[in-house]
Design a protein around this ligand. Structure first.
Ligand code: HEM
Ligand code: HEM
Length: 247
């Protein structure tokens, strides 16, 4: 290993484990497919001539879009289940919303615009925990209403009209809110202050100085953890200077 790579390793810190990255990108893929194929059933693509674009004819085929919608739904349900079970088994609740998150978010956003001092943050900023709740709530709403829609399609099943109407309304409202949530999530990276988190979702690692400055409560916990474990782990494990949060 060259000096340069060793130095750069020392300056980074593991933020997103392979499991977290797997959950994030599988969810993103499933949701992208669900939005794309859901619109196909409305059916928007024939109406607005999208199907005339090269390679886009399949978007107008109801059988293909519904089959893909079901396939992506299975993927989404699997990954959501996996994420929840994993969080409880490992007792990792850093991203779950906490009391006072709304006020803390306001203080963080105010500090960003006024160049003032932010309140000290844990692994996630208060607004990230709120974003998680917002996106998570809509995903659960879409799964429940989607399962009811699937059940309605089973031959012989007869559900009241008004119930199905409201179920479809909720499935559509959930779709719109989720799209707004994703736009908001991506817009967060327009701000320079948040951009240092991007490599974490690709490589797992982010800049150590950034973590120390912006997520100081998390950083202190990791340092305390790594000192504590020094007695138990071999020196080899920490020789590269990387702190592994074990999540
Ligand atoms: C369907 C699309 C997506 C959904 C539903 C989604 C959802 C989420 C959620 C709920 C979180 C945790 C809360 C937060 O940090 O705000 C998160 C984290 C993150 N997302 Fe996404 N995401 C999507 C697409 C993307 C894309 C396209 C990128 C990159 C360009 C991205 C980059 C990140 C990063 C870097 C984090 C971690 C932030 C950190 O380390 O604290 N996401 N995502
Ligand atoms: C990100 C999640 C999802 C999005 C954005 C989404 C979006 C949509 C949209 C826009 C439609 C067409 C309008 C309508 O009929 O209401 C639709 C239809 C449908 N969705 Fe979803 N959906 C999602 C998840 C799910 C899930 C998880 C399931 C099943 C478990 C599901 C099952 C269905 C069914 C059965 C239909 C109606 C097909 C028909 O009978 O014509 N969806 N979805």
């Amino acid at each position: 290993m060259t000096t340069t790579t060793r130095k750069s390793k020392r300056e980074t810190i593991l933020r997103q484990s392979l499991i977290n990255r797997f959950v994030h990108w599988t969810t993103a893929l499933a949701i992208f497919l669900l939005i794309l194929t859901g619109f196909g059933q409305m059916p928007l693509y024939n109406r607005y001539n999208v199907t005339k674009l090269p390679g886009a004819e399949w978007l107008g085929d109801y059988f293909i879009t519904i089959s893909l919608h079901y396939l992506a739904a299975v993927l989404l349900i699997f990954v959501v289940f996996f994420h929840i079970v994993n969080a409880f088994i490992r007792k990792q609740f850093d991203i779950f919303p906490r009391r006072g998150d709304i006020k803390e978010s306001y203080l963080i956003i105010k500090a960003m615009f006024t160049k003032g001092q932010e309140p000290p943050s844990d692994k996630y900023l208060a607004e990230q925990r709120l974003a998680y709740f917002f996106i998570g709530f809509n995903v659960l709403l879409l799964i429940i209403t989607g399962l009811i829609k699937m059940y309605k399609n089973v031959p012989g099943v007869d559900l009241p009209h008004s119930f199905l109407f409201w179920n479809t309304m909720l499935h559509n409202i959930g779709t719109v809110l989720l799209i707004l949530g994703i736009i908001g999530h991506l817009a967060a990276f327009i701000f320079k202050e948040n951009r240092a988190l991007l490599p974490g979702m690709f490589t797992g690692y982010i800049d150590r100085g950034y973590a120390k400055h912006r997520h100081v409560l998390w950083y202190r916990k990791l340092e305390a953890g790594s000192h504590e474990s020094e007695g138990h782990h071999s020196e080899e494990q920490h020789r590269d200077g990387t702190i592994h949060p074990g999540c």
